[in-house]
Design a protein around this ligand. Structure first.
Ligand code: CP
Ligand code: NVA
Length: 306
């Protein structure tokens, strides 16, 4: 593995190996701390958008492994504005051992990998959020003890988070049904790719009916209705999406032991109610905390001396 750009680019074996490594690193950290396998290594954290989880978990992940994380806010580099993405990639490659970037255009992640000479990690683009998906699958594995044959119901916007989760689910043999309003679903191309990635008979379905989607679901997943960069569409989306809210009535239609997930930040009262977010099925905060452990596996895999 040279970069961590997308779940699509990982072989199923690479994905499973990252999950194993995350389990080991979490265990090690809980029993007194991680070994300093990244001593002397540095990671630039380039952000074009705000962040709580991605910034803190990658930065602290570097610290726990003995390395250094350098946060660069949207106003500092102005990547693509003050300086071209290829030039940013060329310059940073001479200073740090790796770059994690959160960008608007996915193309910018690909350009960082093309023009830089150090490993690049995708910390969210408009197209995908693979570090989140890896964490989500890790969290499902922890909660359920296995992955193959489980069913995820994704309810809400067919966005970056939905796409990465779908690709990851297929690669580890989980079924996924995506319920979105008309016009907000994942594309036919996404579904064709998902079917190509499917292992162990994993099936993908699209529907406009959230009640149908949660039937027999082991996992209910949602994300905000308006992603970063789509703020101009907020009013329109607030009219379209309310039937897709995760509330107790919807959760009660899934399996009795289903877990509820959200990548966060949540707009409580919109895509998820307080009752569900803070209720017995919710794994929202263990999920958020697992960003630290799952991403340490990515950092170890890309940056540690072999
Ligand atoms: N889920 C997630 O990526 O959160 P942040 O936007 O806070 O990083
Ligand atoms: N879909 C959201 C995820 C935030 C972590 C966004 O792109 O804003």
């Amino acid at each position: 593995m040279k970069h961590f750009l997308s779940i699509a680019a990982l072989t199923p074996d690479e994905l499973l190996a990252l999950l194993d490594l995350a389990t080991q690193l979490k265990q090690e950290w809980r029993s007194g701390g991680n070994k300093p396998i990244l001593q002397g290594k540095s990671l630039a954290l380039v952000f074009q958008k705000p962040s709580l989880r991605t910034r803190v978990s990658f930065e602290m992940g570097m610290v726990h492994l003995g390395g250094y994380g350098l946060y660069l806010s949207p106003n500092e580099i102005k990547m693509g504005g003050r300086e071209s993405v290829p030039d940013v990639a060329r310059v940073l490659s001479g200073y740090v051992d790796g770059v994690m970037a959160r960008v608007f255009e996915h193309e910018h992640i690909l350009q960082l990998a093309e023009f830089g000479s150090v490993p690049i990690i995708n910390g969210l683009s408009d197209y995908s959020h693979p570090a989140q998906a890896l964490t989500d699958i890790f969290t499902i594995l922890e909660s359920k003890g296995h992955l193959q044959g489980l069913k995820i119901a994704y309810i809400g916007d067919g966005n970056n988070v939905a796409r990465s989760l779908l690709f990851g689910a297929m690669k580890v043999g989980m079924h996924m049904t995506i319920a979105t309003p008309s016009g907000y679903n994942l594309t036919d191309e996404d579904i064709t790719l998902a079917q190509q990635y499917s292992r162990h008979g994993a099936q993908v379905e699209r529907t406009e009916n959230p009640q149908q989607a949660v039937e027999d679901a082991d996992v209910i997943y949602t994300d905000v209705w308006t992603s970063m960069g789509q703020e101009a569409e907020t009013a329109k989306r607030l009219e379209v999406f309310p039937p897709y809210q995760i509330n107790k009535k919807l959760v009660d239609q899934a399996k009795p032991d289903c877990i509820v997930m959200h990548c966060l930040p949540a707009h409580r009262g919109e895509e998820i109610t307080d009752e569900v977010a803070d209720g017995p099925h919710s794994v929202l905060f263990p999920q958020a905390h697992n960003r630290l452990h799952a991403q340490k596996a990515i950092l170890a895999e890309l940056l540690a001396d072999k």
